[in-house]
Design a binder for this molecule. Structure first.
Ligand code: DAH
Length: 370
C-alpha cells in the first residue's frame, strides 16, 4: 500500500470512529487545517516538476476529497444522533400529572362577611351599603352626636382636608351612618309614610388607632330593624339566633348589660358566654360555669327617637332596634386567630394558613351558594 493510501485508510478510520463533534473537529484540524497532514502533502505539489505532479497529484487530491467526504458523513451522523437523543429525552409525556397551580384563598374577613350575610338573609335581612368617605352629619349629627358631644371626640376620627369654612368629610368611624342613609331613602320612596326596614350593612370603617387589637381600618356590620311594635325582646331573639348560627352551637348564652350609645335608648352591650373545654376557651355554655366567663361581642339597643326622626320616620309610629358588631373580632373568636394586625399584612403564609378554599367552603365569595 502506498504511503498516501495508508494515510487515507488511517484518517478515514479515525473519522468514522469519532465519538463526538468535538473529536471530529480535532481530526479535521489535524488533517485539513493550516498545519494538517493532508495540507502539508498538498503543499509539496508546488515544488514538483510537471511530470512528477501529474503522477503524484491525483492520489493526493483524492486523499483530500476522501477525508473531506468522510468528515461530512460523520458530522451528519453525529448531528442526527444528537437530535434523536434530544427528541427522546424531551418528549412531552401527556400522561404525567399536572404540576402545582398556585390557588388563592378566601380571606377570613370575606368568609365571615359571607357567613353573616347568609345568616341574616335567612332572617329576612337584606344588605345595604354606604360610602366610606362620609358626611359628618351622617356619621355623627344624625346619630344624635352633635358637635359638642364627647362621643364624637372619642372616635379618633380621620378628617379629610377641606376648604376654609366648609365642613370636612370624614372616613366613617362606624357603619351606623348606613342606618340613616337607609331610613332616609325609604322615607323618601314612601313619601314620608315609612315602611318596615330590615337591613345589615357590612363594611370597612376607620379610626386613628393601632395595636394588637386595633387597626386603623377594620370591619363592622350594622343591623337595623324598623317596624311597628318592635321591642327589646325582638332584639334579643335576633341576636341569640344569629350567634347560635354563627358559632354553630345551640348552647349560646347571652348577657345583656345596660350601656350607653348616643343613637340607642336604652342601649345594651351584649356578652356571649364562653366555657373551658379541654383547657381551651370556646364560645358556648354558660359563662357563669367554673372556668367560664363572658366576652363582649357587640353593642346594640332600641333606636333613639331622635335617630328615627333624623331618618325621616315618625318616632311616634315607628320603633326599631340596631346593633353593631366588629367582624374582625368575630372572625378571631370563631377561627382562633389572635393578632388583628396579621389580617391586613397581606402575608401569603398567613393567608394560606387561615384562608378558606373557594371549593371546600360553600360561601358567596366561593361562588358555590350553600
Ligand atoms: N357604632 C358603634 C361603634 O362603632 C357600635 C354600635 C353600638 C352600633 C350600638 C349600633 C348600636 O347600631 O346600636 O362603636
Amino acid at each position: 500500500m502506498s504511503e498516501v493510501e495508508a494515510l487515507r485508510a488511517g484518517l478515514v478510520a479515525d473519522i468514522d470512529g469519532a465519538a463526538s463533534l468535538d473529536a471530529l473537529e480535532a481530526l479535521r484540524v489535524g488533517a485539513l487545517g493550516k498545519q494538517g497532514v493532508v495540507t502539508a502533502l498538498l503543499k509539496t505539489l508546488g515544488g514538483m516538476s510537471p511530470e512528477e505532479r501529474l503522477e503524484k497529484g491525483p492520489p493526493i487530491q483524492d486523499l483530500r476529497e476522501s477525508v473531506t467526504n468522510a468528515i461530512a458523513t460523520r458530522k451528519a451522523a453525529l448531528e442526527q444522533a444528537a437530535l434523536d437523543a434530544r427528541l427522546a429525552s424531551e418528549r412531552v409525556d401527556m400522561t404525567l400529572p399536572a404540576g402545582d397551580v398556585p390557588v388563592g384563598s378566601i380571606h377570613p374577613v370575606s368568609q365571615v362577611m359571607d357567613e353573616l350575610a347568609e345568616i341574616f338573609a335567612d332572617l329576612g335581612f337584606s344588605v345595604a351599603t354606604g360610602p366610606e368617605i362620609e358626611d359628618q352629619w351622617y356619621n355623627f349629627t344624625a346619630l344624635n352626636m352633635p358637635e359638642s358631644h364627647p362621643a364624637r371626640a372619642m372616635h379618633d376620627t380621620f378628617y379629610l382636608r377641606a376648604e376654609e369654612g366648609v365642613e370636612s368629610y370624614v372616613l366613617r368611624t362606624h357603619t351606623s351612618p348606613v342606618q340613616i342613609r337607609t331610613m332616609k331613602a325609604v322615607a323618601q320612596k314612601t313619601g314620608g309614610a315609612g315602611e318596615p326596614i330590615r337591613i345589615i350593612a357590612p363594611g370597612r370603617v376607620y379610626r386613628s388607632d393601632s395595636d394588637a387589637t386595633h387597626t386603623p381600618m377594620f370591619h363592622q356590620i350594622e343591623g337595623l330593624v324598623i317596624d311597628k311594635g318592635i321591642h327589646l325582646g325582638h332584639l334579643k331573639w335576633t341576636l341569640e339566633t344569629f350567634l347560635k348560627a354563627f358559632f354553630e352551637r345551640d348552647d349560646i348564652t347571652l348577657r345583656l348589660r345596660p350601656s350607653y350609645f348616643p343613637f340607642t335608648e336604652p342601649s345594651v352591650e351584649v356578652d356571649v358566654g364562653y366555657s373551658l373545654e379541654n383547657g381551651q376557651r370556646v364560645i358556648g355554655g354558660s359563662g357563669d360555669a367554673p372556668g367560664g366567663g363572658w366576652m363582649e361581642v357587640l353593642g346594640s339597643g332600641m333606636v333613639n327617637r331622635r335617630v328615627i326622626a333624623a331618618g325621616g320616620f315618625d318616632p311616634d309610629q315607628w320603633q326599631g332596634f340596631a346593633f353593631g358588631i366588629g367582624i374582625d373580632r368575630l372572625a378571631m373568636l370563631k377561627y382562633g386567630m389572635n393578632d388583628l394586625r396579621a389580617f391586613f399584612d397581606g402575608d401569603l403564609r398567613w393567608l394560606k394558613h387561615y384562608g378558606f378554599s373557594a371549593l371546600d367552603v360553600p360561601t358567596l365569595s366561593g361562588g358555590v351558594g350553600a
